[in-house]
Design a protein around this ligand. Structure first.
Ligand SMILES: NC(=O)c1ccc[n+]([C@@H]2O[C@H](COP(=O)([O-])OP(=O)(O)OC[C@H]3O[C@@H](n4cnc5c(N)ncnc54)[C@H](OP(=O)(O)O)[C@@H]3O)[C@@H](O)[C@H]2O)c1
Length: 283
């Protein structure tokens, strides 16, 4: 029995889908089971990081857990620590944590420290653990849909900085391997796509999928703060986001690894494949 946190989210929902396909018993945690949409093969359980008893109940009878920190204002490591306390008491033996590329790397901005305490708590604890540090999710670029549909250039807030953008489906597939197969204990995988791409490259991939040109327009460093706030990011988080953008602009996230291929035995999917598959969202 595998407990999936973040089961309604980007990676967790794909992990659920893969476990359904493989017929592996699993339990999907959400704060609101009435709102969640899962098929009959999935056991749904209510749970909230702010309600430790709900986590203990959700973990009872589970063998392994997929750990997803919810984005937001919680103290770094708080969600991981709450979950680890609950799954430890319930006798869970294995954990796979969704972290992020560049975690704790100097110069990558204050938000890169977000997963440090949770990773440390996992490594220091008794469970068999695997940490996944994915690069930028390809699915983030669904935020371009309105611009592309309206024929506007997509914003390039990364100043041409390339990133090893990764298909969420590959992250989920690696997570499932680490949850089910042996040989991943004590490993930290940095999960990227097969190439480092800047925004103009990615816009061209979406354009190819649509059969028309998709242009991009650089957001200058001077306009970056206003841009970040215009995306709905609260002002108190803007400085941390800007530090992250500066790191990418300077080439800090132009990282490509072969970890997806080493775990899955096949190359990671390209951004172009992802764009073709999600063509309808932009068309
Ligand atoms: N986006 C990227 O490019 C990227 C790259 C690298 C790493 N990451 C990491 O990926 C993780 C997930 O980020 P995401 O933006 O993709 O979010 P997400 O997983 O799509 O959504 C957040 C999930 O958290 C759950 N949640 C929210 N508050 C909760 C609470 N109080 N208790 C229990 N569950 C709660 C939500 O479930 P319910 O609403 O159903 O309760 C939802 O399933 C983050 O830790 C982030 O650092 C993201």
């Amino acid at each position: 029995m595998i407990l999936i946190t973040g089961a309604t989210g980007t990676i967790g929902s794909d992990v659920v889908r893969l476990l359904v396909a493989r017929g592996v018993p699993h339990r999907a945690l959400t704060r609101d089971p009435a709102r969640a949409r899962f098929g009959p093969g999935t056991e749904v359980v209510r749970g909230d990081y702010d309600d430790p008893e709900s986590l203990t109940a959700a973990a009872t009878g589970a063998d392994a857990v997929f750990m997803v920190n919810a984005p937001g204002a919680a103290a770094p490591g708080a969600h991981d620590r709450a979950l680890l306390a609950a799954v430890g008491a319930a006798g869970v033996r294995r954990a796979v944590k969704l972290s992020a590329i560049g975690t704790g790397e100097p110069g990558s901005g204050r938000f890169s420290a977000w997963h440090v305490p949770g990773e440390q708590a996992l490594r220091d604890g008794p469970l068999r653990w695997t940490v996944l540090r994915p690069s930028m999710f390809a699915s983030n670029f669904l935020w371009w849909a309105d611009d592309i549909r309206a024929g506007r250039p997509v914003p390039d807030q990364y100043g041409g900085g390339a990133q090893g953008v990764v298909d969420p489906a590959d992250i989920a597939a690696v997570a499932v391997e680490a949850l089910l197969a042996d040989g991943h204990h004590g490993r930290t995988y940095t999960l990227t796509g097969p190439e480092a791409l800047a925004v103009p490259d990615m816009a061209a991939c979406v354009g190819k999928a649509l059969g028309r040109e998709v242009a991009s327009a650089e957001v200058s460093e001077a306009d970056s703060r206003a841009f970040v706030i215009s995306t709905g990011i609260p002002a108190e988080f803007a400085d941390g986001v800007l530090e992250g953008l500066a790191f990418v602009r300077a080439g800090g996230n132009a990282v490509v690894t072969d970890d997806v291929e080493r775990v899955l035995g096949r190359p990671p999917r390209t951004f172009e494949e992802w764009a073709r598959e999600h063509r309808a969202a932009f068309a």
